[in-house]
Design a protein around this ligand. Structure first.
Ligand SMILES: Nc1ncnc2c1ncn2[C@@H]1O[C@H](COP(=O)(O)OP(=O)(O)O)[C@@H](O)[C@H]1O
Ligand SMILES: [Mg+2]
Length: 506
């Protein structure tokens, strides 16, 4: 900019028209003035100027016309550029004869021809002078980037907390909301697979255990209290983590919730420092298992139909695949028995203990875990499971094995039916008369596969419509050929019809 001004000044000075003849004489160094003895006449001012040009100091002396002395008081021509131009205007004859000096302020390097101020800087200083600000800029940039990242992370963290922070629990766990409301709302409006995990954890950790109500394969089942209501807590030993995880996973299958399947509430794994407590929390049913119930009570025809129809209802839902995004896969229970079915207060069944269940992926026709050959309870194993002829690649086979077990459960119920004028039999487990109390696979296979024996269906059942129908269903559940057995849906329809015929309100 300064350079430009000097060049401009020089060019303008050289083109100022020479007007001799009056007022003021000045020294003049331009080419035109050589004709007039290096002097000029002006009505304005005399000017002397010293500046650097290509590293050399040069002096000019010229006349400035009056109309060029703008702006008044501080004419453009008379200004100096600090550091490399010294200009002096004066208004008496030859007043511009003096020799001006460039002020001590150092001219810019391009005018001096050396490194740095005054040409005294070394290369190192120059590099430092250039790199210093650059480095500073880089540091500033880095700091801004780091700060941006920090804020971004803090923001994300906050966002996550807003979703998971237990402080959001008040939305779910308001004092006036019962667990049933909560689960109902979430299962009908939400994903259909249960409570959010942090709510599950909070519920689980505020349960007060009361008493043991059952013992099974993996640990103990307790009755617990939560907000004045009862819940059941199945506690797994830490060795059984996989079983705990699997059962929780199955219960949280989308759209599994059904009135005849045990209502799942929460899963929690709490590390107390020494071991991990693994909890599955579910609805509590004070009658306990169907096994306990039948041991204690006999049932009316109505009671029998309610129990059997609701069990078929639950199993049909479990087995059924529902298509669509909010659909559910087909699920086979694989350990159906009277101890794994609970009796609800309204004397209907809830299928429980889904720890051995398998899910079917119909898109790929695969089963979600590698199913092992023989799981479940030996007494209830279908003939094809006992003799290992079951086709484990075919999901339907597992459903057929469930139906066989359902037939045995029906037999346990029907024996306790007091239709025949108060005549009913005492409770017995299926095959009680054919195998010992904890039968081995071989013992079961001999009876079920080799001898093709099944629990006894008494002849007198034929005299009572409900028991006749029950007997017929059982036989059709017990075919040696799994594929020939009834489906849960078929059983459900038959029993629904029976309940209408018997004028039973379900
Ligand atoms: N929700 C419940 N309400 C009442 N009793 C239950 C409940 N869940 C389980 N039980 C009792 O505990 C027993 C064992 O439970 P279960 O889920 O079958 O465990 P396991 O997998 O160890 O067999 C059942 O037979 C039943 O008597
Ligand atoms: Mg069980």
């Amino acid at each position: 900019m300064a350079n430009l001004r000097i060049s401009l000044a020089v060019v303008v000075l050289l083109t100022v028209p020479y007007r001799p003849g009056y007022a003021l004489w000045c020294n003049c160094t331009t080419a035109q003035c050589q004709k007039t003895g290096s002097q000029c006449e002006t009505d304005g001012a005399c000017m002397a100027s010293t500046f650097f040009n290509n590293g050399q100091e040069q002096h000019i002396r010229v006349c400035i016309t009056r109309d060029s002395l703008v702006p008044p008081g501080q004419p453009f021509y008379c200004l100096s550029a600090e550091g490399y131009l010294n200009t002096h205007c004066c208004y008496t004859d030859y007043c511009n004869s003096m020799d001006l000096k460039i002020p001590s302020v150092t001219p810019p390097p391009e005018l001096r021809g050396g490194y740095g101020p005054g040409g005294t800087w070394g290369l190192v200083e120059l590099v430092a002078a250039i790199l210093g600000p650059l480095l500073l800029l880089c540091v500033l940039l880095l700091v801004s980037v780091l700060m941006y990242h920090y804020h971004q992370r803090a923001y994300n963290h906050r966002q996550r907390l807003e979703v998971e922070d237990p402080s959001c629990e008040h939305l779910y766990l308001a004092k006036d909301r019962s667990l049933q409301d909560l689960i109902y709302n979430l299962s009908t409006s939400g994903s259909g697979s249960g409570l959010p995990l942090f709510v599950q954890r909070t519920v689980a950790r505020t349960i007060v255990l009361q008493e043991i109500i059952g013992k099974g394969r993996f640990g103990e089942v307790w009755r617990g209290r939560w907000r004045g209501g009862d819940v059941a807590v199945k506690i797994f030993s830490s060795r059984e983590e996989r079983s705990w995880f699997r059962e929780a996973e199955i219960y949280q299958t989308i759209m599994l919730r059904h009135e005849n399947i045990l209502g799942f509430i929460a899963a929690d794994n709490k590390d107390n420092g020494t071991w991990t407590q693994l909890w599955l929390v579910s609805d509590y049913h004070e009658y306990g298992s169907l096994f306990d119930y039948l041991n204690r009570y006999s049932v009316t025809t109505e009671g029998m139909i309610k129990l059997t129809l609701s069990a078929a209802n639950g199993l049909a839902h479990l087995h059924m695949e529902i298509l669509g995004t909010q659909g559910k896969p087909g699920i086979a229970h694989r350990d159906l028995k009277s101890k794994n079915i609970l009796v609800k207060k309204n004397c209907t069944c809830a299928i429980a203990d889904l720890g051995l269940a398998v899910r079917h992926d119909s898109a790929t026709d695969t089963i979600d875990i590698a199913p092992n050959q023989r799981v479940g309870t030996k007494r209830y194993m279908a003939p094809e499971v006992l003799d290992e002829t079951i086709n484990m690649k075919h999901f339907e086979s597992f459903k057929c094995a469930d139906i066989y077990a359902l037939g045995l459960v029906y037999w346990e119920i029907a024996r306790r039916c007091n239709t025949g004028g108060g005549v009913h039999e005492e409770y017995q487990l299926p095959y009680y008369d054919l195998v010992p109390s904890d039968p081995a696979i071989d013992e079961m296979r001999k009876v079920v596969c080799d001898q093709n024996q099944r629990p006894n269906i008494p002849n007198w059942w034929q005299s009572y419509e409900a028991l006749r129908v029950m007997g017929k269903i059982m036989r059709e559940c017990w075919y040696a050929n799994g594929a020939a057995r009834l489906t849960a849906l078929r059983i459900k329809k038959t029993l629904s019809q029976l309940s209408i015929d018997e004028d039973i309100k379900i």
